[in-house]
Design a protein around this ligand. Structure first.
Ligand code: ADP
Ligand code: MG
Length: 273
């Protein structure tokens, strides 16, 4: 009765046996005469780290802003666990489990580190238990547990405003995870960080998403970070998706090389497409 038929390894591809969390199809957005995003389609599985790269003006931010609801798609579909997101407000999309990391200015510099995370947990709890406002101790414990996970437990009671930049980024990650998103959007999470810190933050992100099964879509200017940490990469150029695949495939992809080398850029250390 409980016997589960296992698919023979050779008969089912990974993508066929794992249904995607996110399925984007035919996505399009125009601004006046400019087609910023044109017929873009990709899938994202739970626990997967997907990088979105492309030269300036390729449509990365526009794609992000359609995913989080700040921009409404003109065409196409964004389905999260089978639920259509196009046409929903940002808050509703957030409630459905699409989180994003916020920039430093959006954390509360005068609050302590742990209070910042408690604020995020409070906001999360309100969506679930609007009548329960008394779990301060639990929230503090949960906030401390989140800080432990990002390696910031020892700094819990310091004001967030005095932290080093790399530490602020860790707090931002803890705050984003307080909402327990199914999909986490990270727009240039390592901007402004030193190379060593960038790798540390992405390694931390990797460990946390593996533990939680969160799917991550991130943009990143540093190609060495992208190739070191992404499971898969999708490449936009002039609004169109020109390639997607594993880092090794993308590195060798003729169209991708043309876009980057053609504009004088390479995949060298610290290059900024
Ligand atoms: P990327 O993030 O990859 O640099 P964007 O998504 O910001 O690219 O921009 C894609 C294209 O859409 C560019 O040509 C840009 O000028 C245009 N664009 C983006 N946002 C707007 C807007 N709000 N109004 C008009 N044009 C825009
Ligand atoms: Mg952008």
């Amino acid at each position: 009765m409980t016997t589960v038929a296992r698919a023979p390894a050779a008969s089912a591809s990974a993508s066929a046996s794992t249904s995607p969390l996110l399925r984007v199809t035919g996505l399009g957005k125009s601004f006046g005469g400019v087609t910023a995003v044109d017929d873009v389609a990709f899938d994202l599985a739970p626990g997967e780290l997907l990088a979105l790269i492309g030269p300036n003006g390729a449509g990365k931010s526009t794609t992000f802003n359609m995913l989080n609801g700040q921009l409404r798609a003109d065409r196409g579909s964004i389905a999260l666990g089978g639920v259509e997101l196009v046409g929903r407000r940002p808050r509703e999309i957030w409630r459905l489990g699409v989180g994003r990391t916020f920039q430093i200015a959006e954390t509360f510099a005068s609050l302590s580190v742990v209070e910042n995370v408690q604020m995020a947990l409070l906001s999360h709890d309100r969506r679930l238990w609007s009548m329960w406002q008394r779990a301060a101790d639990h929230r503090r414990d949960d906030a401390l547990a989140l800080l432990e996970q990002v390696g910031m437990r020892a700094q819990a009671d310091r004001p967030a405003g005095v932290l080093a930049y790399g530490d602020v980024k860790r707090i931002e990650l803890a705050i984003a995870l307080a909402h327990d998103p199914r999909l986490l959007l990270m727009d240039e999470p390592t901007a402004g960080m030193a190379p060593g810190e960038r790798h540390a933050l992405m390694a931390l992100t990797r460990r946390l998403v593996n533990e939680r099964g969160t799917a991550v879509l991130f943009t990143e200017h540093s190609m060495d970070v992208v190739f070191a940490h992404a499971d898969r990469i999708i490449v936009l150029a002039r609004g169109r998706l020109i390639a997607q695949g594993a880092p090794a495939e993308i590195r060798a992809h003729p169209k991708v090389r043309e876009v980057y080398f053609g504009s004088g850029r390479t995949f060298g250390e610290g290059s900024a497409p």
